[in-house]
Design a protein around this ligand. Structure first.
Ligand code: GTQ
Length: 344
């Protein structure tokens, strides 16, 4: 009788809240994403293999997605964000397109390529951060003499969850170059002198490229004096010069220097985070899982997972690049953080 009463609801598009309550209103977030480390050493040979066997006319982009074992359908790296490793060979071009997802590249290996963003060619070299904000046309061209590999980041898991994904291909393979090369980074070269004639347009930073040379200079300038965060080391946020806020509405990017022997404090926050290792060796313990990392490895810290970073070297810095959905959490009033011990 009771079962019949429940069964009758099925055909009426109704369900008893009391049978779902705990899942719909969990006492705290339970990420489906798991702590995970993607090995650069293991993946790089596979990237090189596909660069020899798959042309860029067969694939829109030649990218290995970094798929979290807890998030395989649809594939994502953490709940809201994605990371991929993209390879492009000398002489190749990648088709111009645009999508509502915000994207950026963080360059890992090689030089001589450029990404054209809304008509502006933006040069790429190791450690550079290049923005491709939502609905900006972008295509890639490589004129160097060795393969180039970079980390791609996109917010498509979040955009698709919001059912706001649009995509369009440009009517030619490449956009015409209508702006001076690197203008978007040169206009804002001095972070505290902002061109007064330019109106802020859109919710993203107008800087097209944050060059590694500038990032390294900023880290070096304070490295011996600043104590930094006991959790995240000397952590600098890449900012929008107009607002001082994050580079894009959905993604915040940071560079971290962990001093030799850094043995960080534990913390958790609702933001989901992806980290790429720029330099050094160490480990990050995430909810009891020890993720050992070295140069160019990528790892995932799910939202509300407790983590702490360790620099394994007593003499060398470790440098980490991280990105997260913290801007979304903050702007929606959902950002929470507290200290904790990840164990292990
Ligand atoms: O290079 O435009 O990894 O559109 C995924 C989607 C890279 C790109 C990705 C993309 C791109």
């Amino acid at each position: 009788m009771t079962d019949d009463a429940y069964a009758a609801l099925d055909g009426l598009g109704a369900a008893p809240l009391w049978r779902f309550y705990g899942n719909l209103f969990p006492a705290q977030p339970r990420s489906r994403a798991v702590p995970y480390r993607w090995s650069w050493r293991d993946l790089r040979p596979h990237l090189l293999h596909f660069s020899e066997t798959l042309s860029l006319h067969e694939a829109e982009r030649r990218v290995l997605m970094l798929v979290n074992p807890g998030l395989t359908d649809p594939p994502a790296t953490v709940n809201t964000l994605y990371a991929g490793l993209q390879i492009i060979l000398p002489g190749e071009t990648a088709q111009a397109h645009r999508h509502t997802s915000n994207a950026f590249r963080f360059v890992l290996e090689g030089e001589g390529a450029h990404t054209t963003v809304n008509g502006e060619p933006v040069r790429m070299a190791p450690g550079d951060l290049l923005l491709t904000p939502g609905w900006h046309w972008h295509d890639h061209t490589h004129q160097g003499d060795a393969p180039m590999i970079w980390l791609d980041a996109l917010d498509y898991p979040m955009v698709n969850a919001l059912e706001a994904g649009f995509y369009e291909q440009y009517h030619q393979r490449l956009q015409p170059l209508t702006r001076t090369a690197d203008l978007g980074s040169r206009l804002f070269l001095h972070g505290r002198l902002t061109p007064a004639w330019i109106e802020p347009a859109g919710p993203n930073s107008p800087v097209t490229r944050y060059p590694w040379a500038e990032t390294a200079r900023a880290l070096d300038a304070i490295a011996d004096d600043a104590t930094g965060s006991e959790v995240d080391g000397i952590a600098l946020e890449y900012t929008d010069p107009f607002t001082g806020g994050p580079v894009m509405p959905t993604i915040g990017c940071r560079i971290h220097r962990l001093r030799p022997g850094f043995d960080g404090a534990g913390r958790r926050h609702t933001a989901s985070t992806i980290v790429n290792v720029v330099r050094g060796e160490g480990a990050t313990i995430v909810d009891g899982v020890r993720l050992e990392w070295s140069e160019h490895d990528t790892f995932a810290i799910p939202g509300w997972a407790t983590y702490r970073h360790v620099n394994a070297s007593a003499s060398q810095d470790a440098v980490l690049f991280s990105y997260s959905d913290e801007p979304v959490m903050r702007s929606l009033g959902l950002y929470r953080t507290e200290p904790g011990d990840p164990g292990a």
